[in-house]
Design a binder for this molecule. Sequence first.
Ligand code: ATP
Ligand code: MG
Length: 254
Amino acid sequence: MIELECVSKSFDGGHSHAVREVSFRVEEGETLVLLGASGCGKTTTLKLINRLIEPSSGTLRVDGRDITQQDLLTLRRSIGYVFQDIGLFPHLTIRENAGMVLRLAGWPPVRRSQRVDELLALVDLPPSEYARRFPWQLSGGQQQRVGIARALAADPGYLLMDEPFGALDAVTREQLQTELLRIKRELKKTIVFVTHDLFEAVRLGDRVAVMNGGRIEQIGRAQELIESPATEFVADLFGHATQQAQRLLAGGAA
Ligand SMILES: Nc1ncnc2c1ncn2[C@@H]1O[C@H](COP(=O)(O)OP(=O)(O)OP(=O)(O)O)[C@@H](O)[C@H]1O
Ligand SMILES: [Mg+2]
């Protein structure tokens, strides 16, 4: 379980507030999606959870324990992180990239290699074909898969995923969403997933938190957000998407 209690983060000595009084709880096995426009504080919220940055105020708990009271390395190992820009090392092979966390954790080479093969197969990159390649020899979608494999390497209970499918075409994006849903069913992870795409949020989230200007406007099942939006912002967000879909349908019929 991941819990945030009234968490705020400001930069520049308190002049800019990236995250304001954010509270939520992600239950075991649940996927919570943080949905919001660029700059609304999604990445900052993820980074606070695994202590890549420290909060200005508020409390964060993972597994019921204040994260500041936990050993940093142990905390990070319990949380897989898929970065917004993937961040593969260009001079390392796919096998080395995917096994990076295991190398740092001191796994012996043979075990590491077996585990990486398992992971690459899991994200549908047959190791015999892909393990020896370098990142530049992979498509964008394949690189995203390596990012996911790397995050899953040490079998963490938690996954933080920062717009992992952001740069992909619609078809590949949908494929990877389907795979993520399968991986989640098979591996039972607790996930915080960041996106600015409303449809992705509805598809992947057990619950969705709509963020705006560093705050959470509303958090709940997509159905609840659509049927009883708590704020004008949420109503507009879903209303706009519905109108857009209707316009597209009308256009398609013409
Ligand atoms: N290190 C920093 N110093 C100063 N301001 C920062 C820093 N990191 C983030 N911010 C600011 O905090 C706000 C939230 O940033 P954040 O990266 O969390 O947004 P985001 O929702 O992930 O956006 P995007 O969808 O573009 O990735 C932005 O206004 C950003 O400029
Ligand atoms: Mg971001």
